[in-house]
Design a protein around this ligand. Sequence first.
Ligand SMILES: Cc1ncc(COP(=O)(O)O)c(C=O)c1O
Length: 391
Amino acid sequence: MKTQTKSQRLYLDYASTWPMRHEVWEAMSAELAQSFNPASSHGPGRQAHRSLELARAKIGKLLGCTRAGIYFTGGGTQSDNLAILGFARAHAGENPRIFVSEIEHKACIASAEQASAEQARVSEVPVDSSGTVNLGWLERKLASDPKAPTLVSIMWANNEIGTVQPMSEIVDIAHTNNAIVHTDAVQALSKVKVDIEQTPVDLLSATAHKLGGPVGIGILYCRPGIRLEPLSYGGGQERSMWPGTQNPLGAIGFTAALALALEGQREHVAHWEELRDHLESRVLSEISGARIHGHDARRRLPHIVSVGIPGCDSGAILVSLDLEGIAVSGGSACGSDSGLGSSVLDALGLDVKPPYATIRFSFGAETSRLDIDRAVDALARIAGRVHSLSV
Ligand SMILES: Cc1ncc(COP(=O)(O)O)c(C=O)c1O
């Protein structure tokens, strides 16, 4: 496992973007000849079309679904928008309902807000202090109007605190009540088992750059037969669901990154769990008042740790870590009224007063125990300094 000396930069922000893996780069370079327009009828165009369709078939196989359900998009945000707004618009005039959890990514929350502005009935599913959705609440609400077209959109795993939702139970409850399920699997894919045959969600969003693939390519899985209204109009590519010139090289990169991530999943998860437990126990014992958000969740992602430090300002800590060459993230850029700085943390109902720092660490294949020790040493030192300046 590669380690880093003190003078080297230490990247612990893989949940923001997993920098493109060398093997993915190689797979894409080998296919540079496919940089043609797959809609062109000449030979190079037809070859690019074949590569795109091969990528679609491989992704379908890796996700446990048919290739006919895979639509290429420009990333996770676009897939989330297409799923939620596309559903609302396809059912406009039928009084549709949309349920999103309180801790969805902005891409889903903002899509649901737009759907609400377009007359869909939108409700937020509450979560407990670990970030797990309240299944009883959801079941009662779904049962109250089983005839209305209904979409339940709940992320498979949360990007800030790592809570993994009970997707199979959510799907069972939704399907029993005539609703369909969309899940944002952007962070869950390759960290927990995501198999559409086993957990039959109807719509699923994923993006390549969280897997070590290129930025700007994602997929939406849409179960054949589900009605979505496209959000843009053009030349009919992606069976008119996401028109515009397709990106075969990006699709090749997505496929290579997904295959590689799934191949290494078992080994990475075991390694990350060890790193996560080590980081958490050091933080809890060495930083006064520190807490781990979502710590008591039944299941959490292995590679994300969200640390809360009362009495400190997030910005001061992030800048100080960055000056030491350590790249982490503050959780979410979304504003909130409570001073927590995150609508996700607000939803957990944490009993804290500002200032309150939130630092998210996330690991990649190369992250080592020495890296974690370096990051915790720096965090403990900086938190002590920032805390004494704040009081
Ligand atoms: C859970 C989740 N959904 C959606 C997105 C957006 O994906 P993209 O950056 O590909 O638009 C992100 C990225 O931060 C994410 O973490």
